[in-house]
Structures are given as C-alpha cells and as structure tokens.
Design a protein around this ligand. Structure first.
Ligand code: ZN
Ligand code: FE
Length: 259
C-alpha cells in the first residue's frame, strides 16, 4: 500500500451526480455511488488506477446502476452496500455496527443506518470523511421516498453527532438551489448568507461546492437546524403547530418539495 496521502475527487455523472473517487496517486482505488460506469472507466484508464472496492449508499440507479459494468471490467472489486434485495447478488451487505475495510487503501469506514430517502440508506464514516449519498446534502437533505420526517430527523441527529471537522461528501451538486431555499427559511442567518455567496462564486467558476464540513452544515443547513427558533418559526408559517424536531422537519421538507 502506498503511504501517499489519500486523494478524493469527484467524477461528475449525469446532470448533477458526483461519483467519489478515492486513491493514493497510483495503484488501487475505490469509488462511491457509481451510477454511471463510463466516466469511472474513463478516469481509471487515464490514471492507470485499479478498482479495488465500490461503496454504495442506496439502491437508486443513479448511485448503483454502474456496478455491474464496473465488475465486468474489475471482477475482483468488492462491493459494500446496504442490506437490500433490490441490489444485485454482487453486493456484500453491511449495516450499522459493521465496519467496511479497503485494505488496498488502508481505509476502514463505519457504517451508519440513515433510512429516510430510502428505507435501507446507509452512510460511510471514517478518517474524517462522511459519504452520505442522498441523505444529507450540503444545505439540504434528500427527499422522503421511503421514510418519514421522523426518520430523517433521526438521520440528521445521528450525523450531527459526528465531529465538526468531518468532510461531507454528498451524492449530488444541489447546493446552490438548497441555499436559495435555506435563505427563504432563515433570511437572517449570517453563516448561510456567506455560504450562499461562496457557493454562487464556486458554481460560476464551475467548481464543486463539496466537500462541506459538518460544522458548516450545522450552521447553515435548515434540516440540521429543526430545533432552532428561527427554523421552527419559519416552519410554523406552513404548519402552525409544528414542534421543534420531527414536526419542523416535516413542515420544511414539504415546503421544499413545492419550493
Ligand atoms: Zn437517491
Ligand atoms: Fe441520487
């Protein structure tokens, strides 16, 4: 194993997905949520990287759809994904309490269950990194396809408890739109105003807005701030009796769905 520092790069896919590539310069690599095999195979060929492992946060096609083609080219790659029979028999299922090791890169991640976007959604945390798929977005969160607002509240509470300097790698580049909504919820949040400006500038330069930090999310992400007075008050414009927490989560998630 190379002792060179770990590098993490986004491979853009479809209109706004990021497939995260982990490597140490040359030799083995891993990818997270490869919905599209083509850009991954292209980067690996250009860099001379060998695919050792694939991490999958949830079964949606834009995150897992590229796995069979990648395994066709890299049959020894190990795939770690959630316990869900909607994934193929290539999956090595893992759940909270498990750790996933990629020996070729010297990495071990702990698995967190964060159901809400889908019922089996997981996240991978370790080495100051969080790969959270479509559960936590920068300044936003995923839609509730298979879970409740209470599930999403529990997921946010679990992720909020991680160290503030954790780097957050999400599945999509949604941050600019998310800032627009978050400013409707909390127009007076100075950290959010600053983040929105930074995001605008980055997008104008064509740069990703990720990773963010957990500390930054706590300060700016309304879905991580459902117990803050400002967010609860805004939620009550739509759901007058909303209590802090899951109720407020339900109100602002529904508001965002029609924003
Ligand atoms: Zn999804
Ligand atoms: Fe997605």
């Amino acid at each position: 194993m190379s002792n060179d520092p770990l590098q993490i790069e986004p491979i853009p896919a479809f209109s706004d997905n990021y497939i995260w590539l982990l490597h140490r310069g040359d030799g083995p690599c891993a990818v997270v949520d490869p919905g599209d095999p083509a850009p991954v195979l292209d980067v690996l060929a250009r860099r001379g990287l060998d695919l050792a492992a694939i991490l999958v946060t949830h079964h949606h096609w834009d995150h897992a759809g590229g796995v069979p083609d990648l395994l066709h080219s890299w049959p020894d790659a190990v795939v770690h994904g959630p316990v869900d029979n909607r994934l193929g028999d290539w999956n090595q299922p893992c759940r909270e309490g498990d750790s996933v090791t990629i020996p070729e890169l010297g990495l071990t991640f702990s698995v967190l269950d964060v159901p809400a976007h889908t019922r089996s959604h997981i996240a991978f945390h370790g080495h100051g990194l969080l790969f959270c798929g479509d559960t936590l977005f920068s300044v936003g969160c995923g839609r509730l396809f298979e879970g409740s607002a209470a599930d999403m509240q529990a997921a946010m509470d679990k992720l909020t408890a991680l160290p503030g300097d954790t780097n957050v790698y999400c599945g999509h580049e949604y941050t600019r739109d998310n800032c627009r909504f978050a400013l409707a919820v909390e127009p007076d949040n100075a950290a959010l105003q600053q983040r929105a400006e930074e995001v605008q500038a980055r997008r104008e330069r064509g740069e990703p807005t990720l990773p963010s930090t957990l500390e930054g999310e706590r300060a700016t992400n309304p879905f991580m701030r459902t117990r803050e007075h400002s967010v609860v008050t805004a939620a009550r414009q739509h759901a007058p009796d909303a209590a802090p927490g899951a109720d407020t989560m339900a109100a602002i998630r529904a508001w965002k769905d029609r924003f």
